[in-house]
Design a protein around this ligand. Structure first.
Ligand SMILES: NC(=O)c1ccc[n+]([C@@H]2O[C@H](COP(=O)([O-])OP(=O)(O)OC[C@H]3O[C@@H](n4cnc5c(N)ncnc54)[C@H](OP(=O)(O)O)[C@@H]3O)[C@@H](O)[C@H]2O)c1
Length: 250
């Protein structure tokens, strides 16, 4: 199934003002760029990720450039339990009182190779980070999202998940499952028009993960993460209110 092409979009300044948005994998790559872009549009961002030092660097950058003070939430999605996600949602409520968006950006990559050399352990790890974590985090935050007037949950997929691609193994399968999760939940939440779920396929973008997955590319010639941010801001903000259950890409 083809995905919906991104359209050029003019976003008004401060389009995310007064919103609280949680970004997973916010310490580097696309997640870092998204966290900064959301804050530049006025959002208070919750920086979630595995490595505290990387989250602190983003925190410092936000304060140094006069952006709204973010919250740091270190969490290893491979080890997190339902109780951890409940505690996270409770912490968000206690400290910020609301949640208006989640960008499920963090992903485990692993390695490329034929399925017959993949192990069940690799599949388990891939699914824990790429599918079960976004499910459990969304579930824990659903009561908060239902309190928002306009909540957006965005799942980050990949072209190798949208269409089967040889040698993308457990990673591709997990991203396909993630899209299916988004679409199923989107149908189930129709009676809550204030919450929308969509997915995004970034395409080839400079990032630490991209260097690993495509070592043969000239990395510097790829588009930067910042070049995508107008679409991420659009999907998180009020102008995409009527988009739901869709997979967007370039
Ligand atoms: N770049 C591309 O060309 C491209 C193409 C298609 C799809 N994507 C998708 O875009 C998203 C961002 O990718 P990227 O290229 O920016 O990758 P990246 O630079 O490797 O960033 C991935 C992020 O996920 C976090 N993460 C990984 N495992 C985690 C875990 N167990 N617990 C918590 N956080 C974890 C990492 O945190 P740490 O820094 O703490 O390790 C990192 O911040 C991913 O969903 C990816 O599949 C990217």
């Amino acid at each position: 199934m083809p995905y919906t092409a991104f359209k050029k979009h003019e976003t008004a300044a401060d389009s995310l003002k007064d919103r609280v948005i949680l970004v997973t994998g916010a310490g580097q790559g696309l997640g870092r760029s998204a966290a900064l872009a959301f804050a530049q549009q006025g959002a208070t961002v919750i920086l979630a990720g595995r490595k505290q030092n990387k989250l602190e660097a983003v925190y410092d950058e936000m304060l140094a450039t006069g952006l709204p003070e973010p919250l740091i939430f270190p969490l290893d999605l491979e080890k997190a339990t339902e109780d951890d996600y409940k505690a996270m949602a409770e912490g968000i409520y206690q400290q910020l009182g609301r949640l208006d968006g989640i960008l499920h950006n963090a992903a485990h990559f692993g390695r490329l190779g034929p399925l017959d050399i993949n192990t069940s352990k690799e599949f388990e790890r891939m699914f824990k980070v790429n599918v079960i974590a976004p499910f459990a985090l969304t579930k824990a935050c659903l009561p908060l999202l239902k309190m928002s007037e306009d909540a957006s949950v965005v799942f980050v997929s990949s072209s190798a998940g949208h269409e089967a691609a040889a040698y993308w193994g457990a990673h591709g399968v997990s991203k396909k499952a993630l899209e299916h999760l988004m679409q199923t939940w989107s149908l189930e939440l129709q009676q809550f028009p204030q919450i929308r779920l969509n997915a995004v396929i970034p395409g080839a973008i400079q990032s630490p993960q991209r260097k690993k997955s495509h070592p043969g590319e000239v990395h510097a010639e790829l588009p930067t993460a910042d070049s995508l941010m107008e679409y991420y801001v659009y999907l998180m903000g009020p102008d995409s209110r009527n988009e739901r259950g869709q997979v967007f890409g370039q």
